[in-house]
Design a protein around this ligand. Structure first.
Ligand SMILES: [Zn+2]
Length: 90
């Protein structure tokens, strides 16, 4: 009966392996569609672009520090516009 015990063990092991593969597939983190391998996990924080009044995820925004405040922009154009506005205001 040693042989039967061995086959049963192999059977259980392969079943466990299949379950393991299935669970790994189920819980594996999905790769984001965007091709930004170094981007951090999305925090869900939305920031406002002061130039075009658009809200966007903080990870995708361009950060500009001015007078100790953080300003976020959706694009370099908006950032430039913001900086030019600040220049002309003074
Ligand atoms: Zn913008």
């Amino acid at each position: 009966m040693m042989i039967l015990g061995f086959f049963r063990l192999v059977f259980y092991l392969s079943v466990a392996y299949v379950i393991y593969l299935f669970l790994r597939l189920l819980f594996s983190p999905r790769r984001p569609a965007r091709s930004q391998p170094n981007s951090p996990q999305p925090s869900g924080v939305m920031v406002k672009d002061e130039t075009c009044n658009t809200y966007l995820p903080r990870e995708e925004a361009i950060l500009e520090k001015a007078e100790g405040k953080d300003y976020y922009f959706c694009s370099q154009e908006c950032r430039q516009k913001f900086l030019e506005q600040r220049k002309t205001r003074r």
